[in-house]
Design a protein around this ligand. Structure first.
Ligand code: PHE
Length: 463
C-alpha cells in the first residue's frame, strides 16, 4: 500500500538527491525563507503602529491558527505530489487540471515579490558596504535622509548592488538543493540568530532602552483598527512565505519520514522569535538615541544610521552587524523565491541550471524597473493609477496576492483533496499518531482559515 502513494512523489523517488537530507535541513531552509525583510524592518514597525502588544497578540493568533495551518497545507501538497505548484495541484486532483491556475498565480506572486526583494536587498547590501568602508560613519546626523534619497535615485548604485546580491543568490541555487540551499541555510540561520541576539543585548543595555520596549510591548487596543487587522494578517502570511507556492516547493523536498507538524511548529517559532527579537534590537536603540520610530524603510536606512553614529566606534560595529543581519536574512528568502521559480521551469522539463539563469535574467530586468521607479529615479514619472512600480508591486504582494493564493490553496486542501490522503501524509503513512488531526482538518482547514481569509479579503476590497 505504501508503494501506492509513494509513486506519486516521482521526482524525489527517482533521484533522492534532490530533496533535503534531514528534518533539521528542512527547518533551516524553510525558516530561512520565512525569516526575511518582513521580520526585520516590517514587523517591528507594524507592531509599533497597531498597538504594540495588542498587535503582537493578534499576530500570534493569525500566525499559529492560519499561517501555520497554511504552512502544513503547502508542505503536504508538495511532499504528496513531489512537484512544484503548477503540477502539484493537478497531480493531486487529476479530474480538474485547471487547478494548476492556483499554482501559476503563485508563480506570478513570486516573480513580483522577488523583484521588490532584490531592490531592498540591494540597498541593504549597499548600506552594509558603506558601513564597512566608513562612509556611513562620516555622514552628519541630519544628512541621512538626503543620503538615502540620493542612493535610491542614483542610476547605477541600486542596480549594481541588486545584481551582486542576485549573483550570490543564483550561485546558491546552482549549487543545488542539498549542497546549495540546505548547506547555506544550515550555516546562515545560526549566524543570524547570534547576530540578532548580540544586537538585542547591545540595544537593551543602552540608557533609556525601556522607552523602546514600552513602545513595542505596551498593549494599546485603541490603535488596533480594522485596517490594522488586515495588515497583520497579510504580514502573518507574507512572513511565513505562504500563499504563493514557495512552501509547496520546499515541501516537495521534505524527506518521507520527516514530521510535517513538528517542522511547521519549529519554523513558525523561529519566524515569530526573530521578528520579536528584531523589534527588541531596533526600538530601544532608536529611543535611546532620541530618534523618531519612523516608517519601515525609513527607519532602517535613515534613522538607524543616526543611532549607530551616536554610539561611536561601537556603533560602527553595530552598524556592520545590523546590515549584515539584514543581508543574510534577505538572502535566504531570495534563495527560496528563486528556487521556487527555478523548480517550476525545471518541472516543465527545462534543465535546472538553465532555468535558474533564465529566471535570474528576467528578475534583473524587473528589478531595474522597480529600482528606477523611486522619486528622482529614471522611471519615477511613470505612475499608472497614481502609483510607481514599487508601490504597485509592494501593495499587491503585501496585501492582496498572498491572501488570495492562501484562500484558494486552503479550499483545494480542505474541500477538494481526499481527507484520507491528507491523513496519510501527515501521519507518515500511519507511522505517527496524530490525534490532533480532527481539529486540524475539520475546524482549522475547512472553516477557520478560509473564513478568516475570505472575511479579510472582502473587507479590504470594501475599505
Ligand atoms: N517570508 C519572507 C519575509 O518575511 C518573504 C518571502 C515571501 C520569502 C515568500 C519567500 C517567499 O521577508
Amino acid at each position: 500500500m505504501v508503494v501506492g502513494h509513494l509513486f506519486l512523489n516521482k521526482r524525489v523517488m527517482a533521484n533522492n538527491k534532490t530533496g533535503f537530507t534531514s528534518s533539521f535541513g528542512v527547518i533551516m531552509a524553510a525558516a530561512g525563507s520565512a525569516v526575511g525583510l518582513g521580520n526585520i524592518w516590517r514587523f517591528p514597525y507594524i507592531c509599533g503602529q497597531y498597538g504594540g502588544a495588542a498587535c503582537l497578540f493578534v499576530y500570534l493568533l493569525f500566525v499559529f491558527l492560519i499561517g501555520m495551518v497554511l504552512l502544513m497545507t503547502e508542505f503536504v501538497i508538495g511532499r504528496r505530489s513531489g512537484f512544484s505548484p503548477e503540477k502539484a495541484f493537478p497531480a493531486l486532483y487529476p479530474k480538474r487540471p485547471s487547478w494548476k491556475m492556483v499554482g501559476l498565480f503563485g508563480m506570478f506572486t513570486c516573480f513580483l515579490i522577488l523583484a521588490i526583494y532584490l531592490v531592498i536587498s540591494g540597498w541593504t547590501l549597499g548600506y552594509f558596504w558603506e558601513s564597512l568602508t566608513g562612509t556611513l560613519a562620516s555622514i552628519a546626523d541630519d544628512g541621512f535622509k538626503a543620503h538615502f534619497d540620493a542612493f535610491v535615485a542614483s542610476p547605477w548604485k541600486p542596480v549594481v548592488f541588486l545584481v551582486i546580491f542576485l549573483i550570490f543568490t543564483l550561485l546558491v541555487i546552482l549549487g543545488g538543493v542539498q549542497k546549495g540551499i540546505e548547506k547555506v541555510s544550515k550555516l546562515l540561520m545560526p549566524i543570524l540568530l547570534v547576530l540578532v541576539l548580540l544586537l538585542c543585548v547591545r540595544s537593551l543595555t543602552l540608557p533609556g532602552a525601556s522607552k523602546g520596549l514600552a513602545y513595542l510591548f505596551h498593549p494599546d487596543f485603541s490603535l488596533l483598527t480594522w485596517d490594522g487587522i488586515l495588515a497583520i494578517l497579510g504580514q502573518a502570511l507574507f512572513s511565513l512565505s505562504v500563499g504563493m507556492g514557495a512552501m509547496i516547493v520546499y515541501g516537495s523536498y521534505i524527506p518521507r519520514d520527516s514530521n510535517i507538524l513538528k517542522n511547521a511548529m519549529w519554523i513558525t517559532v523561529c519566524d515569530v522569535s526573530i521578528a520579536v527579537l528584531a523589534g527588541i534590537a531596533i526600538f530601544p536603540a532608536v529611543f535611546a538615541a532620541g530618534q523618531n520610530p519612523a516608517d519601515g524603510p525609513g527607519l532602517v536606512y535613515q534613522v538607524l544610521p543616526v543611532v549607530f553614529n551616536s554610539l561611536g566606534t561601537v556603533g560602527q560595529v553595530f552598524a556592520v552587524l545590523f546590515f549584515l543581519l539584514l543581508v543574510l536574512a534577505a538572502l535566504t528568502s531570495a534563495i527560496s523565491l528563486l528556487e521556487t521559480l527555478t523548480a517550476w521551469l525545471a518541472d516543465k522539463g527545462m534543465k535546472r541550471k538553465v532555468a535558474a539563469v533564465i529566471i535570474t535574467l528576467i528578475e534583473v530586468v524587473l528589478g531595474i524597473f522597480v529600482a528606477y521607479s523611486f522619486t528622482g529615479g529614471p522611471l519615477s514619472d511613470i505612475t499608472p493609477g497614481g502609483k510607481n512600480f514599487f508601490d504597485w508591486a509592494n501593495d499587491l504582494t503585501g496585501a492582496y496576492l498572498p491572501p488570495i493564493g492562501a484562500l484558494l490553496t486552503v479550499i483545494f486542501f480542505g474541500w477538494v483533496m481526499k481527507k484520507e490522503d491528507i491523513y496519510d501524509e501527515l501521519s507518515n503513512h500511519g507511522v505517527l499518531k496524530i490525534s490532533w488531526f480532527k481539529v486540524f482538518y475539520h475546524i482549522l482547514v475547512r472553516f477557520v482559515a478560509p473564513a478568516a481569509l475570505l472575511v479579510s479579503l472582502i473587507a479590504s476590497i470594501l475599505t
